[in-house]
Design a protein around this ligand. Structure first.
Ligand SMILES: NC(=O)C1=CN([C@@H]2O[C@H](COP(=O)(O)OP(=O)(O)OC[C@H]3O[C@@H](n4cnc5c(N)ncnc54)[C@H](O)[C@@H]3O)[C@@H](O)[C@H]2O)C=CC1
Ligand SMILES: O=C(CO)COP(=O)(O)O
Length: 346
């Protein structure tokens, strides 16, 4: 049994805390909301995020970052990407250089366009950056909390760190793979949310399954194109954090991004949609970030570009689909992906 800290107590942090508690670890769950501390400790529920779930007695909630982090063998950062720098920076004074740091967010930092492992490494200079782990893959909190069979991937440059995270989380209902491709796992986990917004929008417009399959397939192509430009292994995009998470986020009614897209497709304005969701919808900020990155790296990302126009420039979703369908004819398999696959396969 190890002391583990999970920061913060949103849907995903609470579900990951439950996996760790089921594995017999002592879990300290940090939140900035006093009412959540009371509810989790007294009633063993976190009803705002996971309505009907009863949490393990091994989970203790606290408002004190010091209490959560000091002496922990591992810290799991499950804040949204917009809060990651603040949370990592605030816990830094209490963290030992030997503590395993794992993050589970799916997005980029809005202004710098940095990946989360880079943001965390900057805030935690005492930590070996090659030991910072990202946890990703097809895994809705609502299903993990009721122990539905789930597979995920943990990536770190140093294999031993990824394996330590694998040991911590692996359970009969939570199967964990390792991957050394941190860039690929972070980029695919973040970008699939854009495509899920599009898939939801397509469903909201009643465009059917052909359209959704097209969005997912061509979405994966543009995710991989940007990933390869950032030096990811193209094969990662066929894995759990790529194809796997794309499938679940574009098809599950648990998905916040799909649900937000659905409402947009029905004609609701973005501000109203975000207000109604009341939970983080990472794909909105990620669309802006990926749009900027595609320009910077000169990567074609037509679906992202259309989503950007719908979200931030007032384009009608239906018009966006017409624009995508009417693009100049092109080939399906791009040379860049073939070249990159050859490089990685040797
Ligand atoms: N919900 C899910 O099923 C999954 C979520 N994720 C990822 O996990 C991350 C968190 O998502 P959710 O748990 O769904 O979000 P959520 O909306 O359920 O909860 C987010 C929590 O973070 C807190 N928070 C935000 N900024 C903070 C800050 N600066 N300091 C302290 N607390 C802060 C909020 O108050 C809220 O309690 C996202 O990047 C998401 O993409 C990944 C896999 C599954
Ligand atoms: O990443 C997720 C599932 O793997 C969660 O996606 P949503 O944020 O769209 O719910």
């Amino acid at each position: 049994m190890k002391k583990t800290a999970v920061l913060v107590a949103g849907s995903w942090g609470t579900a990951l805390a439950s996996v760790l508690a089921d594995n017999g670890h002592e879990v300290v769950l940090w939140t900035r909301h006093p009412e959540q501390v009371h509810e989790i400790n007294a009633l063993h529920t976190n009803s705002r995020y996971l309505k009907d779930a009863v949490l393990s007695g091994n989970i203790h909630a606290t408002l004190s970052l010091e209490e959560a982090v000091r002496g922990a063998a591992a810290v799991v950062l499950a804040a949204p990407s917009s809060g990651m720098r603040e949370v990592a920076g605030n816990m830094q004074p209490f963290l030992s250089p030997h503590t395993l740091v794992i993050h589970a967010a799916k997005g980029f930092e809005a202004d710098s366009l940095k990946r989360m492992t880079s943001v965390i490494a900057e805030e935690l200079p005492q930590q070996n950056p090659d030991r910072i782990v990202v946890l990703s893959g097809p895994s809705h909190a609502e299903e993990v909390i009721v122990k539905c069979p789930t597979t995920i991937v943990v990536a770190a440059k140093q294999l031993e760190a990824a394996e330590a995270a694998q040991d911590l989380f692996m359970s009969p209902y939570f199967r964990v793979y390792t991957n050394p491709d941190v860039v690929g796992v972070e980029v695919s986990g973040a970008l699939k949310n854009i495509i899920a917004l599009g898939a939801g929008m397509s469903d909201g417009l009643q465009f059917g399954d052909n359209a959704k399959a097209a969005l997912m397939t061509r979405g994966l192509a543009e995710i991989a194109r940007l990933g390869v430009a950032l030096e990811a292994n193209p094969l990662t995009f066929a894995g759990l954090s790529g194809f796997g998470d794309l499938v679940v986020t574009c098809t599950s009614r648990h998905s916040r991004n799909w649900r937000a897209g659905y409402m947009l497709g029905q004609g609701k304005p973005l501000a109203v949609v975000l207000e109604e969701m009341g939970m983080v919808v990472e794909g909105v900020k990620t669309t802006r970030a990926a749009y900027e990155m595609s320009k910077h790296h000169q990567v074609r990302m037509p679906i992202t570009q259309v989503l950007y126009q719908v979200l931030f420039e007032g384009k009608e979703p239906k018009r966006g689909v017409e624009d995508l369908m009417g693009r100049v004819r092109t080939h399906e398999i791009e040379e860049i992906a073939q070249e990159a696959a050859g490089k990685w396969l040797g």
